[in-house]
Each structure stands twice: as C-alpha cells, then as structure tokens.
Design a protein around this ligand. Sequence first.
Ligand code: UDP
Length: 244
Amino acid sequence: MTERVEILGVNVDAVTMAQAVERVINLIGENNPAIVATANAEMLLRATHDDELKNILNAASLVVPDGAGTVWAARHLGKVMPERVAGFDLVQELMKIAPARDIKFFLFGSAPSIADKAKLKAETLYPGIKIVGTRNGYFKADDEPEIISQIKNSGADILLAALGVPKQEKWLAKYKDELKIPVSIGVGGTFDVMAGVVKRAPLWMQKARLEWLFRAMLQPSRAGRLVALPKFVLKVHKQKTAKS
Ligand code: UDP
C-alpha cells in the first residue's frame, strides 16, 4: 500500500504512474465497482465547498495526483509525492497495455462524435485495443436508463467518463453499483485531446509545470478558472500553518 496525503481534506494517493497502472489492473481483478479519480488543484479546491464531491473522492479506490498543483501541495505540506500522474497520461498508459491484457474500454462523455474520434485514435495508436462502446456526454435525465443499460451490457472493464468535474464523479458514484463495471475513471477533457479538438501543452510547458497556463490561453473560456490557483495555494498554506 502506498501513502495517502491529505490535501484540503481530500486523501490523495502518493503513487507513481507505474503504481497507478498496477492498482487499476488489480482493481479490475477485484471486480467490485471501483472509482478512480484524478485530482488537480481545481478539483481539490472545489471539494472544500462541495461535501458530496469530497466524500466521493475520499471513498474512491484511487485518487491520483493530477497536475503540478497537487504535487506542489503535497510537497509543501512536507509529504512525499513522487510524480504527477495526469489523467490523460494514465489513460494512455492503460490503453497501451490493454491489448495484451484484454482490457476493454467504454468511452462515455464529451460532445457528439468526440468519443468516436477518440476511439479511432486509440485504435490507431494501440492496435488490437477493444473499445466496446461510446456515448456522448450530453443527455437528459430521461436518457439515463438507456445509457446505463448500454454501458452495463458493454462488457467493459474500464469506463472512462468525460463529463467534467464534478459531474463525472457524481454520476459515477451514483451509478457504479448498477453499472457493475470494475473500474470507472473521471477523465475530464481527455477525449477532446485524443480527438484532436483540444491540444495538449508542448512538452517543455508540461515540464515547466505550465500546462494550466497553456489551457487557459487556448480556451479563454477557461481563463476564469485561473483564480482557483492562487486560492488553492493560499488554502494549502493555511493548512500547513494550522498544522505546524
Ligand atoms: N461534458 C459533457 N457533458 C456535460 C458537460 C461537459 O460531456 O454535460 C464534457 C465536455 O464536452 C468536455 C469534458 O466534459 O469534453 C470536460 O472537459 P474539461 O476539460 O472542462 O474537464 P474538467 O476540467 O472539468 O475536468
């Protein structure tokens, strides 16, 4: 077992990418519907005023440190956090090993046709991969029974849900027992990036921990979200001083 680091009331697993992948494989074997969350600064900040989200995250089987902010926070609190495990990268690593291990995916979420494009991309990048179903993420409550039965009967081992935070986490928590999919992961904008609709930051920016800035520049509609970062930093600092 790896350590969990409490950041603003949420326990985040201090895992490397390799350990995260191994945990997901083990969770598939356990066959007891599990939720995996990818916690970035924005999600952790939201959890401070959204108890439902906070409880879901603390009940999740695995919470990976998605984003430079989460890694910084753990280290600022004096804890070990080996590396950033971005949701997008975790999905790619799982897809890479999927053909050899016969791991099947269902892609749920994003605008119509995006999940299908992400499926095609996955099939090109990871030959032999089985994407057993797709469904866009824009639906009414009336559509849910049909979506649930589509996912449930797909035979997927991993459900990737891209509905945005916190909608995807809440949806998965509400329906995981009914869906009976071994592992469900909330993956935010992953399909948009895979489909080529949204670009990932260049490697140098990722390495300089500036991916958040790149996303804000590219999608100005997201710029408002940037205020979350200084708020997050202040809150983590408060947590540190409260404890020392
Ligand atoms: N989305 C969706 N249904 C909704 C709202 C959003 O499928 O009702 C999708 C949206 O199209 C996008 C993803 O959810 O593909 C959210 O991406 P974003 O990068 O905003 O993720 P976040 O930062 O919230 O994790």
